[in-house]
Design a protein around this ligand. Structure first.
Ligand code: URA
Length: 263
C-alpha cells in the first residue's frame, strides 16, 4: 500500500469510529484543528456519547422572544409557523434541516411530549416518524388512541448526534410547548422519557421513579391544567423490551382516566 492509500484507510477508519460513537453531524462551517487550538473555555457539554458535540448557552433575549412569538399564536397552525421563524434556539444552527413541531389531531384530548427530533424526524419534518415512532404508533393503536393524540417534543430542532437536549435548549423552546398545551387544552398529557418529564415537570427526579405516577401540569396563567403521566421513551423500550410491560400499564392508566372523564 502506498502512503496515500494508507492515509485514506486511516481517515475512513477514524470516520467509522466517530460514526459508531454516534457523531453523525457537523455544525461548524469550517473544521477546527484541535491538536493545535485550545478548546473554547467552559462550554458545558451535555452529550450522549461524544465529546465534540456541545450545547451552547441560550440568552434571556431568546426566551423573551419565544414567549412573545408563542403568545401571538392563536392556533396550533400559527404556533408551528411561529416556531419555524424562531431563531433563538441554538440547536437550529447545529445542522438541523428544519423545525419539527407536531403531528396528530389538533383537537386531541391527549398531548404527547417526547424529547426532541431524531434523524428521520429532521428529514420529514414530523415528530416520531422513525423506529421509536413506529413503536409508539403501534402502542397507541392498541390502546385505541390513534386519532386522539397530538404529538410534539421539548425541542423542535434535532440535537446533533441525537444527544439529549440541554436544559437551556429546552427552556428556549418551553414557551412554545406551553402555548401548545394552552391552545390544545388536553384532558391528559403523556411524557415520553426522562428529558421530557424533567423539562415539563421541572424536576430532577429520574424516570424510574416518575413513571406510572400521575402529576399535575398547571400553567401559571390562563387557568389551564391537566393530569400528566410520565412513562418510558419508546426508544428505551426498543432497547429494553422488558420495560414494555410497565409502559403499557402507564398507557392503560391514561386511557382509563380519559374514559372516566368522558363518562
Ligand atoms: N424521539 C423523540 O423524543 N422525539 C421524536 O420526535 C423522535 C424520537
Amino acid at each position: 500500500m502506498n502512503a496515500q492509500a494508507l492515509d485514506t484507510a486511516a481517515a475512513e477508519s477514524l470516520l467509522a469510529f466517530w460514526r459508531d460513537a454516534g457523531v453523525d453531524a457537523c455544525y461548524e462551517d469550517a473544521p477546527i484543528d484541535r491538536t493545535h487550538v485550545a478548546p473554547p473555555p467552559a462550554v458545558k457539554a451535555v452529550t450522549k456519547a461524544t465529546a465534540s458535540v456541545v450545547a451552547l448557552p441560550v440568552t434571556g433575549d431568546a426566551a423573551a422572544e419565544a414567549r412573545r412569538l408563542a403568545a401571538g399564536a392563536d392556533t396550533l397552525e400559527a404556533l408551528g409557523e411561529a416556531i419555524a421563524g424562531f431563531t433563538g434556539c441554538p440547536l437550529r444552527e447545529m445542522g438541523a434541516k428544519q423545525a419539527v413541531f407536531s403531528r396528530g389531531n389538533p383537537q386531541a384530548p391527549v398531548m404527547i411530549i417526547g424529547e426532541g427530533p431524531g434523524a428521520d424526524e429532521d428529514d420529514r419534518g414530523q415528530p416520531f416518524v422513525g423506529k421509536a415512532g413506529k413503536l409508539l404508533d403501534r402502542m397507541l393503536a392498541e390502546a385505541g388512541l390513534t386519532d386522539r393524540v397530538f404529538i410534539t417534543n421539548t425541542v423542535f430542532w434535532r440535537p446533533p448526534g441525537n444527544r439529549t437536549p440541554s436544559p437551556a435548549e429546552q427552556a428556549a423552546c418551553a414557551p412554545f410547548v406551553e402555548r401548545a398545551f394552552f391552545l390544545l387544552k388536553p384532558k391528559a398529557v403523556l411524557l415520553l422519557g426522562a428529558a421530557a418529564a424533567k423539562s415539563v415537570l421541572s424536576t430532577d427526579e429520574g424516570i424510574m421513579r416518575l413513571r406510572g405516577n400521575w402529576k399535575d401540569w398547571r400553567l401559571p396563567e390562563g387557568n389551564v391544567s391537566a393530569p400528566v403521566m410520565p412513562t418510558f421513551h419508546p426508544a428505551f423500550l426498543l432497547r429494553t423490551p422488558m420495560a414494555k410491560r410497565a409502559a403499557w400499564a402507564d398507557l392503560l392508566a391514561l386511557t382509563a382516566r380519559l374514559d372516566a372523564a368522558d363518562a
